[in-house]
Write a protein that binds this ligand. Structure first.
Ligand code: ZN
Length: 386
């Protein structure tokens, strides 16, 4: 966002509030603008300027009256309306700036009531208004339940999974599962997936803004831009409201795999931007990518950047060493076809807890040799894990 635009917004507010040229003066610094606070009118001494607009997050803070608010809110308070292109620029700018720490900083006072309630979501998805109907918890005996059972996703692992119908026109529908990114009764985003694989696979994400549009009447008060951008960002990190930020957090490509691992987050595919979690967050994060070409590329990239990643080959070496086999190469060839944690869970059966997954992460750049350059082929018999 052009700094001139930000300066011009603040100038317009100051010109509304103050007459004297000195009172209207803005001091520009690299990281902030400094001005007489329009909220409290600041001092009788025109040179005193205790209002600041921090440019990284577009936050106004006054060291006289203690007022603290976003630039968006400050503009509204002084009836300054932004034209749509300025607003869009602000959204894009904040989108590139906001980090998970912005949410963490405010977590104690984070207003979960801004999120969508389950009741409202159930109400809007009971009709077909948004192409989805029959939204409800997974029914025993239904197709979604069968799909999940095949993948050993049972009991409380289903707490954030609903089922529904996804409509094509008015006559045909397909069963879908709805993965809910929520804390208790409050939902931030939803991902829907059909029960098919390969080319017939379908998934969609509805971020916070999309869900909000569904449940709120048109005349509802517009949300502050910073809050909206933060909530839209958080929408792509499933389970983020339930992880313990003081412990190590493991990031998976998708939500279903993350169900098999404690204190984890599932994102929306291997190419989801991680900058939001990585930069200046102070978080301890590590990555568990799929055992496929895209996952290997990403694991190599993250390892090179100094992050801890799960090394499938290390796990496979461990299994081969642990298990007496007449032909260890053949065993290795077969087990290395497992493509993700969900599949590992189903093929390893009772031995899953003995695989010691914790031991197969590494942040050591030399361990890059564990990451294969060749694409493993899927399919075949994988019963050798048991
Ligand atoms: Zn003030």
């Amino acid at each position: 966002m052009d700094r001139k635009i930000i300066v011009s917004l603040v100038r317009q507010i100051l010109e509304k509030e103050f007459k004297s040229p000195e009172k209207r003066r803005i001091h520009e610094y690299a990281d902030r603008l400094n001005y007489a606070c329009p909220v409290c009118q600041d001092s009788k001494d025109d040179r005193k300027k205790r209002g600041n607009l921090y440019l990284n997050r577009l936050y106004h803070i006054c060291f006289n009256c203690g007022s603290k608010m976003t630039l968006d809110r400050l503009c509204r308070q002084f009836d300054l309306s932004m034209d749509p292109s300025t607003k869009l620029e602000m959204v894009e700018y904040l989108n590139s700036q906001i980090q998970v720490s912005d949410y963490q900083d405010e977590m104690d006072e984070f207003d979960f009531s801004a999120l969508v309630s389950m009741g409202d979501l159930e109400r809007v998805l009971s009709s077909r208004d948004h192409g989805i109907s029959d939204f409800r918890p997974v029914r025993a005996g239904g197709p979604v339940s069968a799909y999940l059972s095949d993948r050993m996703i049972t009991g409380n692992m289903r707490d954030n999974i609903y089922e529904a119908r996804y409509w094509f026109g008015t006559h045909s529908y397909e069963d879908i599962m709805c993965l809910l990114n929520r804390r208790g009764d409050r939902v931030i985003s939803m991902q829907i997936r059909n029960l098919k694989s390969g080319k017939r696979r379908m998934f969609k994400i509805y971020n916070y803004e999309a869900l909000r549009k569904w449940v709120l009447p048109a005349e509802s008060e517009e949300l502050d831009v910073n809050t909206l951008v933060t909530l839209n960002k958080l929408s792509y990190y499933f389970n983020i409201f339930n992880v313990d930020f003081s412990r190590e957090i493991t990031i998976f490509e998708g939500y279903l795999d993350s169900l098999f691992f404690p204190n984890s987050i599932g994102v929306i595919g291997v190419n989801t931007s991680m900058k939001f979690l990585e930069v200046n967050s102070g978080l301890s994060i590590r990555y568990f990518f799929d055992n496929d070409a895209a996952g290997h590329r990403k694991a190599e990239q993250k390892l090179t950047q100094g992050f801890s990643v799960f090394l499938w080959k290390k796990l496979f070496d461990f299994v081969v060493a642990m298990k007496p086999a007449s032909d260890p190469y053949r065993l290795m060839h077969r087990i290395s076809k497992v493509k993700d944690l969900n599949e590992l869970r189903t093929v390893s059966g009772d031995t899953f807890p003995k695989l010691g997954l914790e031991e197969h992460f590494s942040a050591d750049a030399f361990d890059i040799s564990y990451i294969p350059k060749r694409i493993p082929t899927h399919g075949g018999n994988r019963s050798e894990f048991r």
